[in-house]
Design a protein around this ligand. Structure first.
Ligand SMILES: Cc1cc2nc3c(=O)[nH]c(=O)nc-3n(C[C@H](O)[C@H](O)[C@H](O)COP(=O)(O)O)c2cc1C
Length: 314
C-alpha cells in the first residue's frame, strides 16, 4: 500500500475538507503552502469561475491541491472538462457517484478521492478506481451520514485495500492520533479550519464557532433524507419545528435556501446555517492556517510518544 502522503504529494497526511462556497483559493493556497491538501469548492461555480479559482491557486503555489465535486450539481460534466484541461491533480467527490466521470478522469491522470459514509460505498468506490477514500462520520459539520467516525473508520479500513482518510470530529492532535489508531492514514478537517485567519467568512461565524460548546450542534433534514449538522439557532429551531409538523419539502426549503451563505457571508447567525461539527466545543483560538497545521502535528507527535510509553497494567 502506498503511503497517503505519497499519493497526495503533501508533507502532512492532512486534507482541508471542502466547504461549500467557503473553501476558495485563499484558504486552499494557505493550506497547500502549509503542507496539507487544500480543496477548492466548486459549488455555485461555472466553467469560468472554477478555471479562475484554479489559476489563482496555481499562480500562488506549486504544491498539490484538489477540487471538490458535489455530484448532485447539474454542471458536473462542464466542471470535469475544466479540471482535466487545467491538470488538477486530485478530485474529491461527494453527494453521489462519480461513476460516469471516472473513465475520463482516470485516463487524464486525475486521482479521485470520494468522501463516503459507509463500507458499501467505500467498496464501490474502490472498484471504480478511487485511489483513496475519506470515511466521514456523522460528527462532521455540513451534510452527514449515519455512522460515527469511531465506528465507521475501522470498518472501512478492514473492507478496502486503498488508504483511508478519517473525517469528522478531528479538532487537535489527539483526533489525528485517534484516526491513525483506527487504521486511517490521515485526517480530513472542516470545522477547525472555519476559524482560520485565512478562511473567507464573516467574523460573526468564526466567533460563533469559538463560543460554541460540545452540545451546540443539531441535525436538520433527517426526514428529507439529507441531514445537515449546524449550530443550533433560530433557523434550525424553525426547521425542526416545521419538520415535526410534517411540513412539505418546499416549505422546509424556504427555511434553508441560501442559509449557509447568509451565515458565512452576511454574518446572519439567526437565519443562516452555521454549519459546524460536534468537535466545535474544543476549538477556542483563532490562528493562521500554518499555525493550525503545525500545532496539529506537533500535538499528534506528543500523543504518539505518550502512547509509546504507555504500559498496559493488567
Ligand atoms: C461549513 C461546512 C461546509 C461543508 N461543505 C462541504 C462540501 O461542499 N463538500 C464536501 O464534500 N464536504 C463539505 N463539508 C464537510 C467537510 O469537507 C469535512 O469532511 C467535515 O467538515 C469534517 O468534519 P469536521 O467538521 O468534524 O472537521 C462541509 C463542512 C462544513 C463545516
Amino acid at each position: 500500500m502506498t503511503a497517503l502522503t505519497e499519493i497526495l504529494g503533501t508533507k502532512y497526511p492532512l486534507v482541508q475538507g471542502s466547504m461549500a462556497r467557503i473553501s476558495n483559493h485563499v484558504l486552499v493556497i494557505a493550506v497547500s503552502k502549509a503542507g496539507g491538501l487544500g480543496v477548492l469548492t466548486s459549488v455555485g461555480l461555472d466553467q469560468t469561475g472554477l478555471r479562475t479559482e484554479i489559476k489563482k491557486v496555481k499562480a500562488a503555489t506549486d504544491q498539490p491541491f484538489a477540487v471538490n465535486l458535489m455530484l448532485m450539481m447539474d454542471n458536473i460534466a462542464d466542471l470535469v472538462e475544466v479540471i482535466i484541461e487545467e491538470e488538477v491533480p486530485i478530485v474529491m467527490t461527494g453527494a453521489g457517484t462519480p461513476k460516469p466521470y471516472m473513465p475520463m478522469l482516470l485516463a487524464a491522470g486525475v486521482k479521485v478521492i470520494p468522501v463516503i459514509p459507509s463500507v458499501k460505498l467505500a467498496q464501490k468506490m474502490e472498484a471504480l478506481g478511487a485511489v483513496v477514500v475519506v470515511a466521514e462520520g456523522m460528527e462532521s459539520g455540513g451534510h452527514i451520514g449515519a455512522t460515527t467516525t469511531m465506528a465507521l473508520v475501522p470498518q472501512v479500513v478492514s473492507a478496502v485495500h486503498i488508504p483511508v482518510i478519517a473525517a469528522g470530529g478531528i479538532g487537535d492532535g489527539r483526533g489525528v492520533a485517534a484516526a491513525l489508531a483506527l487504521g486511517a492514514q490521515g485526517g480530513q478537517i472542516g470545522t477547525l479550519f472555519l476559524t482560520a485567519d485565512e478562511t473567507p467568512i464573516a467574523d460573526a461565524y468564526k466567533a460563533a464557532i469559538i463560543d460554541a460548546n460540545d452540545t451546540a450542534t443539531t441535525v436538520t433534514g433527517r426526514q428529507a433524507g439529507a441531514p445537515v449538522r449546524a449550530l443550533k439557532n433560530t433557523m434550525t429551531n424553525k426547521y425542526l419545528e416545521l419538520e415535526a409538523q410534517g411540513a412539505t419539502w418546499a416549505e422546509l426549503e424556504t427555511v434553508v435556501l441560501h442559509s449557509l451563505a447568509k451565515a458565512a457571508f452576511e454574518g446572519d447567525l439567526e437565519n443562516g446555517s452555521i454549519m459546524a461539527g460536534e468537535i466545535v466545543g474544543l476549538i477556542q483560538t483563532r490562528r493562521p492556517v500554518q499555525k493550525i497545521i503545525e500545532d496539529l502535528f506537533h500535538e499528534t507527535e506528543m500523543v504518539i510518544k505518550h502512547l509509546n510509553n504507555f504500559k498496559l497494567n493488567f
